[in-house]
Ligand binder design. Structure first.
Ligand SMILES: C[S@@+](CC[C@H](N)C(=O)[O-])C[C@H]1O[C@@H](n2cnc3c(N)ncnc32)[C@H](O)[C@@H]1O
Length: 255
């Protein structure tokens, strides 16, 4: 599936307009307080935004933040402004084309912000321990519409737990289904690439997160996804999807 993901996000999609469903694009849902910061993010980065929710919590000045599946870097450059010059944002992505775009604008944003605190590294979010990041060093780990694309969600959660400080949190937006996705749909390239068929089954996610050493997920926001493409809607008939942002805190009593 890594190759499918790289081809989809590196070649098939050139901008948010190329998405076939609205599952992984929620560009309009930016609150008023964040709009001035978004206005400073380069338009090419914003045009390649494929997130499904908001991963910018307030009051994070000075935080060290990791963005899993940072894509073209829209959230990383928003977070860079929220953490300020004493904070730091590191993005990780598997797709070289996405990384190149995010890296191309590092200098542009440093000049605009007046400080440089963003970097991007190539890697798989299932192998976070191999990326040279210091264990227990992050105050906040975010991710926007990426875990659904991972075939090993336990490994991702394990890596997140190891990289978070003890009082750190994982704050992430993703796609959830209200029933398990049938096996025959999981490998469909468009359903998968569009972040639908790899979606978490909500009950399974809640159990898995606690098994992997987190407290019960805290629901931040949730909204239903309407699938307007008739062909895709027919294939997924009977399954309801929503985009949800959860926050996870480490449970010190486990693992
Ligand atoms: C739906 S896009 C979201 C991108 C970005 N978070 C945003 O909001 O624009 C999914 C991103 O996750 C990356 N990705 C998917 N699976 C990954 C994996 N296993 N490891 C690292 N990155 C991955 C893709 O390359 C792509 O850039």
């Amino acid at each position: 599936m890594d190759e499918l993901v790289k081809a989809y996000y590196g070649q098939s999609l050139q901008s948010s307009a190329d998405l076939k469903t609205s599952a992984c694009c929620d560009a309009n849902a930016v609150p008023a307080w964040l709009k001035p910061l978004l206005a400073k993010v380069h338009p090419e980065i914003c045009n390649r935004y494929y997130g499904c929710g908001l991963v910018c919590p307030e009051h994070i000045n000075g935080f060290k933040v990791l963005d899993l599946g940072s894509g073209a870097g829209r959230d990383a450059y928003l977070l860079a402004q929220l953490v300020g010059p004493s904070g730091e944002v590191v993005g990780v992505d598997i797709t070289s084309e996405q990384l190149s775009i995010s890296r191309n604008y590092i200098q542009y944003h440093s000049d605009l912000f007046g400080y440089s605190n963003v970097s991007f590294i190539e890697g798989r979010i299932e192998n976070l321990a191999d990326l040279g990041l210091q264990p227990q060093s992050f105050d906040l780990i975010v991710s926007n519409c990426v875990l659904n694309l991972s075939m090993d969600k336990s490994a991702v959660l394990e890596g997140v737990r190891n990289l978070l400080k003890n009082d750190g949190r994982f704050y992430f937006a993703d796609i959830y289904a209200d029933t398990p996705i049938p096996l025959e749909l999981r490998n469909h390239p468009v359903l998968y690439g569009e972040c639908l068929s790899g979606a978490f089954y909500t009950d399974e996610f809640i159990a898995l997160s606690q098994k992997m050493g987190f407290h019960e997920p805290q629901l931040i926001t949730q909204k239903p996804i309407i699938i307007e493409d008739n062909e895709i809607a027919a294939m997924l008939k009977g399954i309801n999807f929503c985009s949800t942002t959860y926050q996870l805190h480490k449970n010190q009593l486990t693992l």
